[in-house]
Design a protein around this ligand. Structure first.
Ligand code: FE2
Length: 185
């Protein structure tokens, strides 16, 4: 039987891949299968990772980041909740760990000329199950909904810790575009 793929090995692979290329398409296509494997084998998983913030309905738990905040890996738990449309300011590879989350991906349809304003249009609306991947290049916008009463878990890998990138959260009604900082456990 092959060895379990551990978090340390994943981080080594992330370092090697991002040393070898800065092309986001290539990074995502190489990181994706590794993230899937880590998400399925989950020897990194601890009971505390299921905890979700009562106010927002989700919990963000840091597994790894480099000293310069690059190569950040999180496990995100979510109770029934809606995570508003947002971008990440970097590339993102998300792998489902436990249960199904609805992902809604958006295109920006305004011309970007007005600060703090954005018009979004739904591009793709789908359910992502455990073991499935959601990948976005810098600028990709999505929202995530847990429509069940079960806690979901997903494994998120970003080119840079998202609290150190310039990124936004979008309000679909007011069309406001605001800074977005996560509370990380
Ligand atoms: Fe996201």
């Amino acid at each position: 039987m092959s060895e379990i793929y551990a978090l340390d090995q994943y981080v080594e692979d992330l370092r090697r891949i991002t040393r070898e290329t800065d092309n986001e398409d290539e990074i995502i296509s190489r990181v994706g299968p590794l993230a899937q494997r880590l998400a399925i084998e989950k020897d990194w998983l601890q009971q505390k990772h299921y905890e979700a913030d009562a106010e927002h309905g989700f919990g963000v738990h840091l597994l790894h980041e480099e000293p310069d905040h690059t190569l950040a890996v999180f496990v995100v738990s979510a109770a029934r909740s809606w995570r508003s449309p947002h971008d990440h300011g970097t590339w993102a590879v998300v792998a489902g760990v436990e249960r199904v989350e609805r992902n809604i991906h958006y295109s920006r349809v305004d011309d970007g000329s007005r600060p703090d304003y954005a018009e979004l249009e739904v591009k793709h609306d789908f359910n992502a199950d455990a073991g499935e991947l959601i990948c976005m290049k810098t600028g990709g916008i999505h929202a995530v909904r847990n429509e069940t009463d079960c806690i979901t878990l997903s494994l998120h890998t970003y080119g840079k810790h998202v609290n150190y990138t310039e990124r936004s959260q979008f309000d679909l009604e007011t069309k406001e575009n605001k800074d977005f900082i996560l509370q990380v456990e």
